[in-house]
Design a protein around this ligand. Sequence first.
Ligand SMILES: *Cc1c(COP(=O)(O)O)cnc(C)c1O
Length: 432
Amino acid sequence: MSNFSTGKNEALELDRRDPLARFRERFYLLSGKIYMDGNSLGLLSKDGEESLLRVLNQWKQLGIDGWLDQDNPWFYYGEKLGAMQAPLVGAHEDEVVVTGSTTVNLHALVGTFYQPEGRRTKILADKLNFPSDIYALKSQIRIKGLGPSENLVLIKSRDRRMIEEEDIISAIERGSGEIALILLPAVYYRSGQVLDMEQLTAKAHQYGIAIGFDCSHSIGAIPHEFDRWGVDFALWCNYKHMNAGPGSTAGLYVNRKHFCRTSSLAGWWGYRKDKQFDMLLEFEQAPGVGGWQISTPQILSTAPLEGSLKIFAEAGIEKVREKSLKLTSYLMFLLETEGLTKPPYNYRIGTPKDPKRRGGHVAVEHDSAASITKVLKKRGIIPDFRPPDIIRLAPIALYNTFYETWQVVEALKEIIDGGEYEQFENVRDTIA
Ligand SMILES: *Cc1c(COP(=O)(O)O)cnc(C)c1O
């Protein structure tokens, strides 16, 4: 961290030496804005636009025959993009499929892997996960005829920012005879903390418990090694760091050792592909991860991911991670070195300093975070706000610059110096 310096010219120099700088022009940047919200909705790439337009053209020119078009058949699109996405999670090609949506995939996988039996009836999760995941877990417990209040164990945070791996491990050890399943996020949506998935997987398996991860905030931001770690299952959305568009088709991973399991939400798209159109009433699940698909894929909401995956293959996730860490380190360095974490500024950094524990964004906390977010937006800087006091800033390796990061910190300083934020109410908008 101390290798940085605070000047504007040094920021520009960092951009000149950035090996990923050329990818910025592959994206549609918002004119006159500094976009720091790629962890909520990634920007459209020209590659993503191209793959979407190709699919639209197939529809225009082929109609129904698009499903079995020679070059790019939609019939195999979920499997094809799954194979392209597999390197981002360290999986075999037949272990990843692009399908459905995040919360639906969570239901499909938890339904499969949560098999309460005897005293083992509990799901272990945590209090800082994204609410949708918790709603889904409670409903999965109810579907099995059990009560969420007794069977959903939520690990508490010590500081409202992080969940210590140590605390997860002691919860596993304490409840080992009663826990049937563990579901955790890979990166926390508020603080950006990364969990040590390898260590937690090993610990879960030591007690014979299946473990899955929601990678919505980690996919496209950090590398994963699911196969090597032996993770049982995972799921993620593709509209955050993956840049595949609002509500784009999501992804899921099932470890090969579980291909013998049956999907809990069967549908004809999970049928053996060679026999799917025999239209038999007896379900025969596809042999790989494809068996967890449910419905006809939303081809138009899937297509931008193809272009995006080409960019990731070209840039390399290791390089993306390296630059991302450098950007977030630089952001935190500027905040501290410019005195913004002291009076009268009083910003707080709510993200781990240790690069191993830090995902792709920085949580900057402030008592007036909601009104400061509004001033940032008025100034053309797009962060997002998470209650009660977090301004999330995500400098994205593929399209943000060090100079933009420098400008954002300058703005955070000026907003306090000029008292601008005091003109705005400290409450959030409907979509923050
Ligand atoms: C973004 C996100 C979701 C979103 O769920 P959808 O079903 O896509 O609306 C769910 N869980 C986590 C952890 C997320 O970060």
